[in-house]
Design a protein around this ligand. Structure first.
Ligand SMILES: Nc1ncnc2c1ncn2[C@@H]1O[C@H](COP(=O)(O)OP(=O)(O)OP(=O)(O)O)[C@@H](O)[C@H]1O
Length: 242
């Protein structure tokens, strides 16, 4: 188990988010605070409708909270994500954040290598031959070299999710947010995906937050949060008595 830094790279501070108006008003998050650390993979679980996707969207700069702050380490300085202009926030997200979704969200017209190259091109990380080299290097780590010329329609679910993880990690992001990354996969491929995400945290120093319903993911993470009715608590990784 690697040493996890003691200074958080992302701090969610007393986050509250409600949906609807009047009698239909409902709090999806109520004063939720949590810290994410570099080199750490965290799991967020909770019943359906407990606010997991809302928390992920707020922390990743996609959904504005009604109250509270999201403070992110950006170049050694803690910045309030929701005090940035929209343009600053988009630039910050592009520079610092990778996403992995249940439905893979790959570009249908691009092959595996191009899915990674385009991220490097758009973010200005690498171009031309250098982008291709970095994309191929990541595909090799993911065991996808024989598939690098295939488009999503020619890949299995597990292969598509591995490409999606490569796309999230190739720019060496500070944060990776993964929403149900294993739920469309069989358990064998689900385990591979969790190993790759764990390596992304432990070897590349990313802060990774995985949202899932699946307790089998617990052995792959460093910390476990349970969300219920908009309230968050940290729980032990090993249940009492084990
Ligand atoms: N856009 C919206 N408008 C109104 N209510 C919403 C909206 N998005 C979410 N909610 C409500 O907020 C609560 C939390 O939803 P959220 O999607 O964050 O939960 P979740 O834990 O991710 O659920 P699941 O595990 O089913 O994906 C739910 O009661 C949901 O119905």
């Amino acid at each position: 188990m690697p040493a996890i830094a003691t200074t958080p790279t992302l701090k969610g501070v007393r986050l509250t988010r409600t949906y609807g108006d009047g009698a239909k008003r409902r709090a999806a998050l109520q004063h939720v605070s949590l810290d994410l650390f570099p080199g750490q993979i965290a799991l967020l679980m909770g019943p359906s409708g407990s606010g997991k996707s809302t928390l992920l969207a707020v922390l990743s700069g996609l959904l504005e909270p009604d109250e509270g702050q999201v403070l992110a380490d950006d170049g050694g300085e803690l910045r309030d994500v929701w005090a940035m202009t929209q343009k600053q926030r988009e630039e910050y997200r592009l520079r610092t954040t990778g996403f992995v979704f249940q439905g893979f969200n790959l570009f249908p017209a691009l092959n595996a290598r191009q899915q990674l190259e385009i991220v490097l091109n758009w973010g200005g990380y690498a171009h031309g031959g250098e982008a291709r080299r970095q994309a191929d290097d990541m595909l090799d780590r993911l065991g996808l070299t024989p598939n690098r010329h295939k488009k999503p329609a020619q890949l299995s679910g597990g292969e598509k999710q591995r490409v999606a993880i490569g796309r999230a990690l190739v720019k060496n992001p500070s944060f990776v947010f993964a929403d149900e990354p294993t739920s469309a996969l069989d358990w064998e491929n689900g385990q591979k995906v969790m190993e790759l995400l764990r390596d992304g945290a432990h070897e590349r120093g990313a802060s990774i937050l995985v949202v899932s319903h699946d307790h089998r993911l617990l052995p792959y993470v460093d910390v476990y949060y349970h969300l219920e009715d908009g309230h968050l608590e940290e729980r032990p990784l090993t249940p009492p008595g084990h």
